[in-house]
Design a binder for this molecule. Structure first.
Ligand code: NAD
Ligand code: NA
Length: 396
């Protein structure tokens, strides 16, 4: 069928298989253009189908010739209905990996469940024996707890005070005031249950006790800090509590991994347009100002540039891994650059519907958003019939 973007709120209901393929191939080309990284050879990526996780899988495979196992939760195609973009991304990734002679297999299911953890362990045992890197890159609004069965829902709310500030509807470009009422205690606990470190710890416990972590294995999860303007809804809000928990979990996992000489890290990444971040109020306005400034300075990066730099300039150099005073890897350094942040803060104050197209990179935001779903790529004929029914061979 001919596939066009169909927007509803913060999501796009359709995705384009050829466009998703193009997105993956562009990322592969970028990684190859940067040369080899002396990285891990057997890599498990949890949350491997979009955003930072997909970029981690691509960087491992095409930067270090790694065998990869990807875990994700994506919708397969159905007659007349496209798959979710992560499904087509993973199909394209696996095809490219196989063409390059690289092992790649994927598991599509709920990573929070005991069952998917057990399936992953079985697959590692059968095919790879052990893994030497585990990337944890889940972003989800819900988690069913594997022990209690409780369905936790995360919320994006401030803690304590009502928050009011500017936001933009990036589809229309309309800048308006948004007011978000504070969370209750249950909201904090639920958000920490979904996006905190408990599941990461459960994964690492399961992998360690199954003996599928190689000597010196490393695990990395992703976090975010960001600017003052987003603090009330992000870092000091409910999601920030979850990120605090994730960051402290790294130390606990490192203690557990001591017996195999392993280590756990959190990497603080840059703000980027992904399915997860588009749904957070205030963030799209911040991102559109940030993009404009960073593009002008020549320091703008997407997921693949971020992760390629994380692997080549932080994780796998000859030296030790540099961390901040809280033990975190910082690859958000160019975003948090003082001059950049000062400029964002100034532009923020004066941002209106009328001036945003010139002071911010609203078009960049929109085109990145469309790209997430495989739309807007050069070299893809969107007027042509596309086969939405393509399937990932051997998907578990
Ligand atoms: P994303 O939405 O692009 O990717 C989420 C991944 O998790 C997908 O592969 C999805 O299939 C998978 N997933 C979700 N629920 C799942 C489940 N139940 N079982 C299995 N897989 C599941 O998100 P992203 O923006 O790449 O976020 C990844 C991490 O990076 C998050 O921890 C996020 O907070 C962090 N981060 C994001 C940004 C940003 O600006 N986007 C910045 C810094 C850090
Ligand atoms: Na991801």
């Amino acid at each position: 069928m001919i596939i066009e973007p169909r927007m509803r709120g913060f999501i796009c209901l359709t995705s384009h298989p050829k466009g998703c393929e193009k997105n993956v191939l562009n990322q592969i080309d970028y990684v190859k253009s940067k040369g080899k990284i002396a990285g891990a050879k057997k890599v498990l990526v949890i949350g491997a189908s979009t955003g930072f996780g997909l970029a981690s899988r691509i960087t491992s495979a095409f930067g270090s010739d790694a065998a990869t196992i990807g875990v994700f939760f994506e919708k397969a195609p159905a007659e007349g209905k496209t798959a979710s973009p992560g499904y087509y991304n993973s199909l394209a990734f696996e095809a490219a990996a196989k063409d390059a002679g690289l092992y790649a297999k994927s598991i599509n299911g709920d990573a929070f469940s005991n069952e998917v953890k057990a399936q992953t362990i079985d697959l590692i045992k059968a095919d790879l024996g052990q893994v030497d890197l585990v990337i944890y890159s889940l972003a989800s609004p819900v988690r069913q707890h594997p022990v209690t069965g409780v369905l936790h829902r995360s919320v994006l709310k401030p803690i304590g005070d009502t928050f009011s500030d500017k936001t933009v509807d990036f589809h229309t470009g309309n800048v308006s005031e948004v007011t978000i009422t504070p969370c209750n205690d249950e909201d904090i606990a639920n958000t920490v249950a979904v996006m905190g470190g408990e599941d990461w710890q459960m994964w690492m416990d399961a992998l360690l006790s199954a003996g599928v972590l190689a000597e010196g294995a490393m695990t990395v999860a992703y976090s975010y800090i960001g600017p003052k303007v987003t603090e009330p809804v992000y870092r000091k809000g409910t999601i920030g509590m979850a990120k605090d928990h994730l960051e402290s979990t790294a130390f606990k996992i490192t203690e557990d991994l001591a017996k195999i000489g392993g280590k756990a890290f959190v990497s603080v990444n840059k703000a980027l347009v992904t399915q997860a971040s588009s749904a957070i109020p205030v963030i799209p306005l911040y991102i559109s100002l940030l993009y404009k400034i960073m593009k002008a300075k020549g320091t703008h990066e997407g997921c693949i540039e971020q992760i390629q730099r994380l692997f080549s300039a932080r994780l796998y150099t000859n030296g030790s891994i540099p961390v901040d005073e809280k033990g975190r890897i910082r690859i958000d350094d160019w975003e948090m650059d003082e001059a950049v942040q000062k400029e964002v803060a100034e532009l923020w104050k004066g941002a209106t519907t009328e001036n945003l197209p010139s002071i911010g990179d609203l078009n960049g935001y929109k085109s990145d958003f469309l790209n997430l779903f495989g739309f807007g790529f050069d070299g893809v004929d969107y007027a042509a019939e596309a086969n939405e029914m393509v399937e990932i061979p051997g998907l578990i």
